[in-house]
Each structure stands twice: as C-alpha cells, then as structure tokens.
Ligand binder design. Structure first.
Ligand code: PLP
Ligand code: COI
Length: 340
C-alpha cells in the first residue's frame, strides 16, 4: 500500500485493494464476488449506457479513537438506493445484501480507513446499473451492483472554512416531477453545466433554484441547503431535491440541541435574512457558506463576516462529526460499529 498523507487527502479517487460485485439475473441476486480489477466489462447495448439506468449512493466509514470502524446510518443509504431503483425501474438491492457487501468491501480495504484525528474517512460508493441489452427504451432484465471505496478528505478544498456559491438560473439539475429526489447519475450529468459555470466564475458550487418559478432555493451542487435565523434550522421542502441523510440528521440534532426546525419552501428572497447558511451532505459534511453571488443580478450575499463558520453551524458540525467518529455519545443509535 502506498503511503498516503491522510490529513492532506483531497476528495478524489485512490486505488484500493478490492471492490465487491453482485449480479441480478433471472429474477435473483447472485453471490458476492470480490474483484481486484478497476474495470467492468459490459454489453454494448446495456441500458445503463444508453438510457441512464444507473443509481448510486455515497456513505463513509470512520475510524474511532478506539481503532474501531464505524458506519453512519447505512440503512438509510440502503433504503434510498431502493427508492432510486424503483424510481427508474431497476431491480432493488435487498438491505441485507447491501450491508453484507459494504461490510465486506470495508474489511477487504481496512488499511485504507484513515486514522482517527486526520479528518479523513473512507468514502463508500455503492452503485447499481442496468447491464442487460435493450435497444428499445425499456428497463433491463439484468443489473449489476458494485461497491468501491476510496479514502477521502474534504469535498470542498476549504474544509470547514466558508465556501463561495454562485446562483445558476439558466440550467436546472432536476424538474419537480422529474428524477431529482432519486440519486441517479442523470441528475449529475444535468448538474455539470451549473457546476462548470460556477467554478469558471471562481465559486465552489452552484445554487439551484426551483425549476418552475425560480423563486425558491433547491440545492447547492451535490449537497442540501440550510439556513439559520432566530435559533431556527431552516431547510427547503422541495419535490426536486435529494432527500439528504445528513440534512435529516441535522434536523434531529438541531431539535435535540434546542433549536427550532423548519422544513418548508425557502424563498430566494429570504437569503438576506439568514444569520448563517451552509451546505450539507456526506461528502460536504457541513460546509459553511461565506458568500452567495447572484451572477445575473450582480448581488452578493455575505455571511461569516469574521471568516469563520457561525456558532450554530459550528455546534452542529462538531456534534455530527463527533457522533460519526465515536468521540461523543450517539443518542440516536445512528452508528454501527463493524466487527472486522
Ligand atoms: N444533494 C445532492 C444532489 C447530493 O448528491 C447529495 C450527496 O449525497 C446530497 C444532497 C447529500 O445527501 P446525503 O446527506 O445523503 O449524502
Ligand atoms: C455525497 O455526498 O455522497 C455525494 O454524492 C457527493 C458526490 C456526488 C461527490
């Protein structure tokens, strides 16, 4: 194994020892296969390649001070993958198979789980796609489920320092009755325009507004949005955003810490009234937002005026990460310690 500078790891791909795979054929899932290949050989007419039958998940394994490896709410990822599979007519991966494969791939790559205290973790990427041939537009009869892992650092180079976000209005990642609530590859293809546009303008990620009226806040790149004001954690209710497991956890944590919680449509016009704003997700954890630039109107909303995350975001971040790494008590039973 190569020497990795754990505390300097970016959010990127590092080759590990093995990945795990299972194939759904003739109406049932096959045995778990272990592979040391980084490649997949698939049919040229596979539905994943032509009609976008692909969904994925993103989760992490964390090493505690005790050396033990922990998963955070893996069952939520398993359920969301099933939800995504139903959304685009793919075979569902049973929860037990999902867990067995996650456990196996982490165990096989145990030495890639970063040491405690480095701020890094092992990113786990389960993905499911149609591998049977079809030329007419229809669902595949065969599916492949693969999980690979890669050690990662922060998604935004800023880490827990404020990021800058640009509002994108001339492209949508998802439509209200489209696939935005599923974690399907097509949504990310649709988000590339906004991502590239924001990065080219010098920002970390795009802010998407609701596709129909462009009046409400949807998401921030590959993360959900939240705002804080008057001791309240506020996050968008929208038919076109991914139901983030991190966001759902933060809502519970915020309530537990004594804040009020509101999930409701959040008008873009409300931006100037927030005391703190942030992006949240598995990869992003909590990324405080220091600036939101409306490129069309040339208006800038600024937060974190002292260059640091606000007090509520900081408290939520420390509590969430503390639970994930096992540094503080987990009153919600979110963490699974792997016996590996
Ligand atoms: N929104 C989008 C579009 C995402 O890709 C992600 C990442 O998974 C999230 C939100 C955050 O979801 P979660 O907290 O479940 O990782
Ligand atoms: C995640 O937070 O797991 C994501 O999906 C982000 C990503 C698409 C890199």
């Amino acid at each position: 194994m190569q020497d990795l500078n754990w505390s300097k790891l970016p959010f990127g791909y590092v080759k590990t020892h093995y990945n795990v795979r299972s194939v759904y054929k003739d109406g049932k899932w096959g045995e778990i296969e272990v592979s040391d290949s980084e490649h997949i050989n698939i049919h040229i007419a596979a539905t994943a390649l032509h009609y976008g039958q692909e969904a994925f998940e993103g989760m992490k394994a964390y090493r505690g001070k005790d050396g033990k490896i922990r998963l955070f709410r893996w069952d939520e990822n398993a359920k969301r993958l099933q939800y995504s599979a139903r959304g685009i007519y793919m075979a569902e991966v049973p929860e037990q198979l999902f867990f067995d494969m996650v456990k196996k791939v982490v165990e096989l790559n145990k030495d890639f789980v970063p040491p405690h205290g480095t701020g890094a973790s092992l990113y786990i990427r389960p993905f499911l796609f149609g591998t049977g041939p079809k030329v007419g537009v229809q669902p595949s009869d065969e599916y492949t489920f693969v999980i690979f892992v890669t050690p990662v650092g922060p998604y935004f180079k800023e880490g827990f320092n404020p990021v800058k976000i640009a509002v994108v209005r001339d492209s949508d990642r998802a439509a209200p009755l489209g696939t935005g609530t599923y974690k399907v590859g097509g949504n990310y293809a649709a988000s590339l325009y906004g991502t590239i546009k924001s990065v080219k303008a010098g920002y970390g990620a795009p802010m998407y507004l609701d596709a129909k009226e462009k009046k409400y806040i949807d998401e921030i790149g590959a993360a959900n949005f939240f705002g804080i004001k008057d001791n309240t954690y506020i996050t968008p209710e929208s038919p076109s955003i991914l139901p983030s497991i991190t966001n759902k956890s933060l809502e519970q944590l915020a309530a537990h810490l004594g804040y009020k919680v509101e999930r409701r449509p959040v008008a873009f016009d409300e931006l100037s009234s927030f005391e703190e704003v942030g992006a949240c997700g598995t990869a992003a954890v909590i990324s405080p937002i220091g600036e939101i630039k409306d490129l069309d109107e040339d208006v800038t909303y600024t937060y974190c005026k002292d260059g640091k995350a606000g007090p509520v975001s900081t408290k939520l971040y420390e509590t969430l990460v503390g639970i994930q790494y096992g540094d503080i008590e987990d009153p919600f039973n979110w963490v699974t310690i792997l016996d590996i």
